[in-house]
Structures are given as C-alpha cells and as structure tokens.
Unconditional design. Sequence first.
Length: 75
Amino acid sequence: MQRLQRLTAIIEREDDGFVALCPELDIASQGSTIEDARTNLVEALTLFFETADEAEVSKRLHHEVFVTQVEVPVG
C-alpha cells in the first residue's frame, strides 16, 4: 500500500496561465487553469518520487515550510 505525502502547492498567475510550485522540493509545473497547474504539479511530484532515490529525496526535501504574508513600505 502506498503512503501519501502532504506537500505545499503555491499557485500564482503568470501571463495567461498559472504556475504551481512545491517549495518543499523546489519542483514546479504550469497549466492554463489553476486546476491544470495543480494536476500537473501532482504529476511532476509523482514522477519525482517514482524516479529519485532516497538520497536525492532526502537532499531536496525541506521539512519546514512556512507560508505567510509581510507588509513592506513602497514608494
């Protein structure tokens, strides 16, 4: 039985599409919609876990990722 790994997906608009990033592994994908970008990121992550050896996964995997907002003065 496969175990599931919960990871972060940050999706943002870029031009006329969307880019999805998994900061824990620094893997990204894109799509024409938010759902396409999310689906493509899941596919890219699945392929990574299928092909990478344990050393590569361990080297790339960041266990603590914090997503927050900050305010900065502009102008």
